[in-house]
Design a protein around this ligand. Structure first.
Ligand SMILES: Cc1ncc(COP(=O)(O)O)c(C=O)c1O
Length: 431
């Protein structure tokens, strides 16, 4: 396949600005991925910095145009669970967007990355007393209440401090987006948020609290949604709960992991959300959205080195990472593409292979049934679209040090998270 053809087949899966050079090498952020593997080792997460910035700007611009037209104020929140590291927080804080965190640990990272606490939203279906105290002491702008226990506990923590804390109530509207069960969150029977009946009681309860100020509602109906159909019915449901100044519509926009997947655009997603609130609730609101995956996933590729090629009934290409750096295929059966970094112009050619990790489980398969052009030990193998929930879910199974995160821009590469060492593996062992 010619370089341009290969490039266009995967253009929407690879980071913006990626290209295949005259030698057939894949370039990300202006850097040759073969050279990056040599310099930084593998596995490694490689992000194109411009891609992260450009998607943040696209969200802000899409919201600006539509919210201005409908008389809404707005904010875009980086759902930081998708990619929690200091450099990412710093980059998005510099882009001027807000941030949501799902734990005290993410809060600490967001503060370290320079986020104004007033622009941080704390989530969590099982927040601890300690996390609520940390959030209020830091001065977070909003806490998103998820249960009656949360309401009682936060009221107590705010009373202790003599403050009044702005809150949103998370509602599960009884509308589920079409996605994997593990990342579907809008259905009535969910561990997240209040069901519709409980939401009515929670609104009353919070309004009666002296130290909580109810500003509005939150919903997040699921993740990796490749259809936008569920958003309007979900807004229709929460519109029955009353009229509030703030509506946080969550994240969820799906992305292309494979060449065949064609997700809606950021503009289409924002259009559906803003239109739904404007038509079903009214104008003059403050609208928030919380994209995670669609901000960061396609900005990154993972580089591996092929260690072994085994021809059984199938061809098994074993690489130097796996379920310790990308759990998603094992958790959700997620699909990925794979290509060889120095033969990127031959995408789609060659024998069909399974790309496996090095972990002690048969389920440790990163990509099933993908054509690779004569894979050999030593080849650098690339899996695109690993920027969300990859680094975030990385682990040390089998004593594998977690990979570095490299940011690339205009041909320069810098390490923003270093590779773990064997000493790191024992760093918490006290005996
Ligand atoms: C409350 C909340 N907001 C936003 C997100 C981000 O979702 P996504 O990464 O699908 O955009 C999630 C993901 O789990 C979430 O739970």
């Amino acid at each position: 396949m010619a370089a341009t053809e290969a490039q266009s087949k995967l253009a929407h899966v690879l980071p913006l600005g990626s290209r295949i050079d005259a030698r057939g090498h894949l370039e990300v952020g202006g850097c040759d991925t073969v050279a990056l593997a040599r310099e930084f080792g593998t596995p490694a997460y490689v992000y194109a910095e411009d891609d992260l910035r450009s998607r943040a700007r696209a969200y802000v611009e899409a919201m600006r145009v539509r919210c201005d037209a409908a008389g809404h104020a707005f904010d875009v929140l980086f759902a930081s669970k998708a990619f929690p590291c200091t450099a990412a927080y710093r980059l998005f804080a510099a882009e001027g967007i807000a941030c949501d965190v799902a734990s005290g640990g993410e809060l600490a990272l967001a503060l370290r990355g320079g986020f104004d606490p007033a622009r941080i939203y704390l989530h969590g279906n099982a927040k601890s007393l300690a996390e609520l105290r940390e959030a209020l002491d830091a001065g977070v702008g909003h806490v998103v209440l998820d249960s009656f226990d949360d309401v009682e506990r936060l009221e107590r923590v705010a009373a202790e401090r003599g403050t009044r804390q702005a809150v949103l109530i998370r509602v599960t509207p009884g509308v589920a987006g079409r996605t994997h069960a593990s990342i579907s969150t809008g259905q009535a029977d969910s561990k997240f948020g209040f069901g519709m009946d409980d939401a009515r009681r929670a609104i009353e309860r919070v309004r009666a609290c002296d130290h909580l100020e109810l500003q509005g509602l939150h919903m997040h109906i699921g993740s990796q949604l490749l259809s936008l159909d569920a958003y309007r019915p979900a807004v229709e449901a929460i519109a029955t709960l009353g009229d509030f100044p703030v509506y946080n519509l969550g994240g969820g926009l799906g992305i292309a992991y494979t060449a065949e997947q064609q997700p809606p655009s950021i503009e289409e997603y924002v259009d559906v959300q803003v239109r739904a609130v404007t038509e079903l609730v009214g104008s003059g609101k403050r609208l928030l959205i919380e994209p995670g995956r669609s901000l960061v996933a396609n900005a990154c590729v993972t580089l591996y080195t092929v260690q072994t090629v085994k021809r059984n009934v199938s061809t098994w290409v074993g690489v130097d990472g796996g379920m310790s750096d990308n759990l998603r295929p094992m958790l959700y059966g997620s699909l990925y593409e794979a290509l060889l970094a120095d033969r990127a112009d031959r995408v789609g050619e060659g024998e069909r292979c399974h790309v496996t990790g090095k972990h002690c489980e048969s389920g440790d398969v990163i990509v099933h049934d993908v054509p690779l052009d004569d894979p050999r030990p030593g080849d650098v193998l690339v899996t695109p679209a690993t920027g969300a929930y990859g680094h975030a879910m990385a682990n040390n199974y089998n004593g594998i040090p977690r990979p570095p995160v490299i940011f690339c821009k205009d041909g320069d590469a810098r390490v923003v998270v270093r590779r773990e060492t064997y000493d790191d593996l024992a760093a918490r062992d006290v005996d």
